[in-house]
Design a protein around this ligand. Sequence first.
Ligand code: PRP
Ligand code: URA
Length: 230
Amino acid sequence: MDSDDTPSNTNSELSVPSPYDNVLVLRQTNQLIALLTKIRSKETKRGDFIFYSDRIIRLLVEAGLNYLPVTEVTVDTYTGNTYTGVQFEGKICGVSVMRAGESMEQGLRDCCRSVRIGKILIQRDEETSEAKLYYSKLPEDIADRWVFLLDPMLATGGSAIKAVEVLKKRGVSEERIIFLNLISSPEGIKHFRDTFPQLRVVTSFIDKGLNDKNFIVPGLGDFGDRYYTD
Ligand code: PRP
Ligand code: URA
């Protein structure tokens, strides 16, 4: 049953459709496109960039939570009746790819109280675009958890792939990782999916491609700079 009759956006440039079952592109509603238009614009200053990015991050987290397993539960209601629904099962944690991925931690905390957060510092070489791993600090029991991997940009895919390699070395299976991402490129999605065919991705938009500096186009520029320093 789907009773969602809110209008989808028709005139704007919309995401490339998801080429894979395990890559969810958020529904291209007017609301989402308006938020993305704000953060893509060169005119948008840091305060607004943070505000509108945070709203998209919240949508991504809410969509990602739907992939967690649930068990049936029956509760007593105030009318003397019962209601049979579900509750989430299993432990979760967030892992942010520093620096830009840290911007997504609060959105996860807003939905999952006291959630554990791990960090992986990966930086792209500005000349070669090669992703380099510098540091990681993860919850001890991460292999027993569902992991929300947080990084707003998926360009060549090198950084996200490196982050998943770190998680897999710590015993996390691909099936238990959900990658939350704001904007991706078709090349990055393909590279990531070819490397980790089981891993779920939730993104708000697949853009047209990459430029000669491996920046996503039309994109939004350097997410970390715009969120933290510009
Ligand atoms: C950005 C972004 C991703 C990566 C994506 O980080 O946050 O981690 O680039 O590019 P890729 O898919 O080609 O690897 P960057 O290394 O610029 O660091 P930052 O988070 O400090 O901005
Ligand atoms: N990192 C960003 O912040 N933006 C891009 O377009 C590519 C990598």
